[in-house]
Write a protein that binds this ligand. Structure first.
Ligand SMILES: [Zn+2]
Length: 192
């Protein structure tokens, strides 16, 4: 595959929810979730795109939590260690942090939902986004699909994502859904 060259005038890397609670040992761990960190760090070291990081940033009584009628264990409560970015993530490279699902009744798998992400990217002149992080079958998928809906060219970084796989095949289905919507799948090594 031909390499793609990234520039900060046109391109952004979106780091989706690389938070402690989504990594092994966290409250809602994605299998091998921490494995996205070296892949994303290496990419940010090599390319000069604008880096944006999204994070789940929930109130303690968030409606997605099991004690409040939701499907998930309590996770990523704003300000807690579980909600912090993975300690090895190159946050010094991140130009903008996007907090999502910050109100009790608001769920947001997509980094674009109820946030200033689209406005921030447009203001910077960004036309292409490269998405990695957690989890493939939830927030990565939703963010990539929303990027396309907002008019960005979206690529998901296959080696820098991991999935929850609540049902076997969820990640494969997520990939197909993204491809049908026009999202490209590439490996970080194909970016320069
Ligand atoms: Zn959440």
């Amino acid at each position: 595959m031909l390499g793609v060259h990234l520039t900060p005038e046109r391109d952004a890397v979106i780091l989706v929810d690389v938070q402690n609670d989504f990594c092994p040992g966290g409250a809602l761990p994605v299998p091998e979730g921490d494995r996205v960190v070296p892949a994303l760090n290496a990419l940010l070291e090599r390319v000069r795109a604008v880096a944006v990081a999204t994070r789940d940033w929930h109130p303690p009584n968030h409606s997605s939590f099991k004690p409040h009628g939701g499907p998930w264990p309590v996770h990523c409560v704003a300000g807690t260690a579980g909600a912090a970015f993975h300690p090895a993530l190159a946050v010094d490279r991140v130009a903008h942090v996007v907090s999502k699902a910050t109100r009790p009744e608001e769920e947001a798998y997509s980094g674009f939902q109820g946030t200033d992400l689209a406005a921030f990217l447009r203001q910077r002149g960004i036309r292409r986004v490269f998405v990695g992080g957690l989890a493939t079958d939830y927030c990565v998928k939703a963010t990539a699909l929303d990027a396309v809906k907002h008019g960005f060219e979206a690529t998901v970084l296959e080696d820098a994502i991991r999935g929850v796989e609540v049902q076997e095949g969820d990640c494969a289905r997520a990939r197909e859904e993204m491809k049908r919507a026009g999202v490209r799948l590439m490996r970080t090594e194909d970016l320069t």
